[in-house]
Design a protein around this ligand. Sequence first.
Ligand SMILES: Nc1ncnc2c1ncn2[C@@H]1O[C@H](COP(=O)(O)OP(=O)(O)OP(=O)(O)O)[C@@H](O)[C@H]1O
Ligand SMILES: [Mg+2]
Length: 1047
Amino acid sequence: MPEDSVKVAVRVRPFNQREKDRKAVLIIQMNGQQTTIKNPDTPKDEPKKFAFDYSYWSHDGFSEDANGILQETNSKYSSQRKVFNDLGQGVLDNAFQGYNCSLFAYGQTGSGKSYSMVGYGANKGIVPMTCDELFKTMTKGADSNKRYEVTFSMLEIYNEQVRDLLSKDNPKGGLQVRQNPKLGLFYVVNLKKVPVGSYKEIEQRMDQGTANRTVASTNMNATSSRAHTVVTITFDQIIKKPDGGETKKSSVMNLVDLAGSERAESTGATGDRLKEGANINKSLSALGNVISALAEKSTSKKKILVPYRDSILTKLLQNALGGNSKTVMIAALSPADINYDETLSTLRYADRAKKIKNEAVINENPIDKLIRDLKEENERLKKALEQGGTIDTDRKTGMSDNELIEMRRQMEEEIRQNLAQMGEGQTFEERLKEAQAEVTNEPADRSASVPHLSNLNEDAMLSGKLLFYLEKPSTKFGRKDASTPCDVQLSGLGVLKEHASIENNKGEFEIKQLDQNAKIKVNGSPVKGTMKLEHRDRLLFGSTHLYVFQDPSQRKKNEQPVTWEEAQNELAQAKGFFMSDNLSRDQQIAQEQIIELLPWVSEANAISEELNKRKSFEVVLIAAAAQEWDVNKERTTKVTVKMKDLINNNTWLWDRAKFTNRRFLMADMYMKWLEGDIDISKIPKEEDPFWEPTEDVLIGIGNFFPQALGYALDFDDVIEITDYKGQFEGQLSMQIIPCSKNGKPNSTDEYLDDPSELLGKEFTFKVVTRSLQIQKARFSKGLFVKYKVFKDEEYVKTDIIKGTLAPEFKHTKIYHFPKITQEHLDFFENGCVSFLVYGIQEDTSGDKKLSKMTTKELRQIDHMKQPVENNDPKVRSASLHDVAHLKSEYMLLQRKFERLEMKERRIKRIVDEWEKKSEEEKDFTKFFNVVQAAAHATGTKLKTRVQAVNRALRGLKLVQQRPESNDDRGSEAISLHYFGEDEEEMARIAQSNNGFVDYNKLKQKLPEIDVLAAHRRAIQSQMDERREKNNNQQNGDKTESKACAIQ
Ligand SMILES: Nc1ncnc2c1ncn2[C@@H]1O[C@H](COP(=O)(O)OP(=O)(O)OP(=O)(O)O)[C@@H](O)[C@H]1O
Ligand SMILES: [Mg+2]
């Protein structure tokens, strides 16, 4: 059999508005078939190279023509037409020859899969163009000996369930997928396959399918970009042969728009106690495994099992991958730097897919034979039915009665279908007429003239698919079970029976709450009572229904549509998440994640309210600086979700993956509850996505910078413990002390000028966690502190102290480094020790009064307690870290300063004492040694200089200097007895000056004094500078947050 590799194309889209706004860096280049990607973190590195059958540059080099179609202005640009000419036309040619064809698009969310497959507005994608051309070619090649039969079906795979998008009522749990025992292929039982007679009909059916997706997605904002959409077109050519017989050439075309790929990782390894949520991505990860297995199979002689059976998607794509099909994959690439990881993984995926070998055959058979086969199949099914037995190898004996009934039903259905195909029952023409009648009654699109609401969806493909016209003086929105029927029926989270109305006063529009509890937001702000509407206003009903008000009379020329992202941005801002410009890449990624999570968090809160789960959720940003410091890990702004128990105030912090996982389980639980399938109160807590065992809560972190150690200085400090918001939670009193191996502190007057003096030496210090003071009373159930120093693998943990907010830990840990290396010095110089303060939480039943309240009431109370926050990731990360660091630098300088002062004082004292002694008592050698020791102790640099001077100081004469009163040098003058060999000069000066030496002259002779003073002055000025910076930083923060709050 001829082998055919899967053809792989990559395509890079233009920057979107957000990427332009934040001045994204382009990381993809294309040249011929080659595509390269640059790592934005290491711009000097060679870009990674990939080669594909086609590399489509759609990033720039185009402009929009009068019809809204993007046309090339540069030959490098690949338009929709060009992509169709290469890929779509190939699919079409193959279909006409009787091959099965598959085309699927892979890539992260927003990378352009749907743009390539389906297209937007005037820029139609491969699927519609192929369908259009299919009918055009059929008409062109019309021949009385040939008949064509085309059918269309459209399904969605979500959460491992198949939904027929052409059918309004899908069974609970979705349609069944079964394997044809004879052909081994999988198919969807009872999927609607509608005959189509023109391109227009296909278009109508696609719209119908998309509208169904939109309704489902809007009611429960769950599906959108997590669903895989599969359009299947069967194309049969029935050809009369000269001998009077007929043959049938058939082709099945599978056109697959996959769910965004990055999600696979974000929920893959969540480490969550509840694993089921991963179902959401089962199909996508199974697809990855199938592709890897097939790629390996193509290069290895080993027998490799391809795990098609692992998911619904891979079952349905079995033919497309490694089977009887000509297959094309389009890998859609985002061009921007922040998507580097995802884009690289897409390229690698595509690279693997290229290795897959298929064996496509022409599906051509004489009709007699087909009918014979079908008859045989029917006989077999009938026999099996009569015997009540099973024929499907999949089925195990010992099926339940229900399963048996279901199986019989399916067999009968198959028999009916086989009979229909044999021409018994309706002909294709009859079925086609019926199908056409179904869609001709579609209402006309009047959006160009009538004011309306148009929906916004996370999936751009689904935006603008629901239009509610506002012609009546009052249009009422609410649930199906409203007392008087609503004009627009909405369902889903937070929608009340009578929710809102839009009043039309001769072209002036106003939105009105129909219930004081109805949640309505206009442009991010809640509506109480009524509010006037302007063209392009964004409306949110409940927690998932998002619309744009459109007044065609106000429409401007070349108006860009309002996007879902813009509306979400606005909602995020209203919640206090400020979307600043000039964010670092790390912060930009955090921003994207916030926008993604916020609507889900609202959803989780709404579900919690409806199911009365007494939990509240909140997006929480943890700036890099508020995270634990770790040598081996780069810290980036973390976006997490906090769950709070509204009864006992316990909290949990979930990372994105875990929350995402839970969020799907919550939505699932809610759907089941809506359908009456479950009793919420009976769900065991182990299976409840809202439940989590209590865990210790991280109250806050205090950072300590061990710079002092580099100078062999001890350090005791009270460090501020701040939570992830940078809010003060308490203070920790701790010490770090250079010491001997058994913990005895080193002499206090030693200090080094330069940390490098420690290199190669042994060094010991101890960390003493003394005491803690915490503010919030709820943490009195127990407190402990843990930390890691340098490369500690395990945390050092204090005891847990209960019943107090001011525990005394008195916990000591000695660190001994046998030989100091540069790495140690780097740690002293730039490292950090994060002290993590934890509180014990207990699963208490809380206040009785609270237990009587509903989740909604509890959330309102909780909300009122919360201070207005500034959630700008930029402001937060800048301040926290810098302030702590500046503070510790300042402390270090202060410590050095104190040491110097002490040394100066000590020398002065020795000299004073010497002076008081009588001549007989004066033992010069002893005195000299003491002074020398004091000077030595001031550090090595000083030490060597003192030694040098000492050689010259073997003098016997004493020279004294006294500060001159009211002299501006007074403050820096010190008294010092000077003795040395070349003191004649000094002595002379002294004699001519009542026995005193001028300080300046003395300084020339003994620079050490100056060094001390200069050192001290320098440190003083550095300290001032630091202090000022520190103040500015704090003030700056305040102003910045204020500016944000006003925005
Ligand atoms: N080649 C292109 N030229 C112009 N615009 C494009 C192109 N590709 C994508 N876009 C635009 O980028 C946005 C995202 O594209 P699209 O909806 O196709 O992404 P997707 O991969 O299908 O995402 P999802 O996984 O969320 O479904 C859309 O607004 C689309 O119009
Ligand atoms: Mg899409």
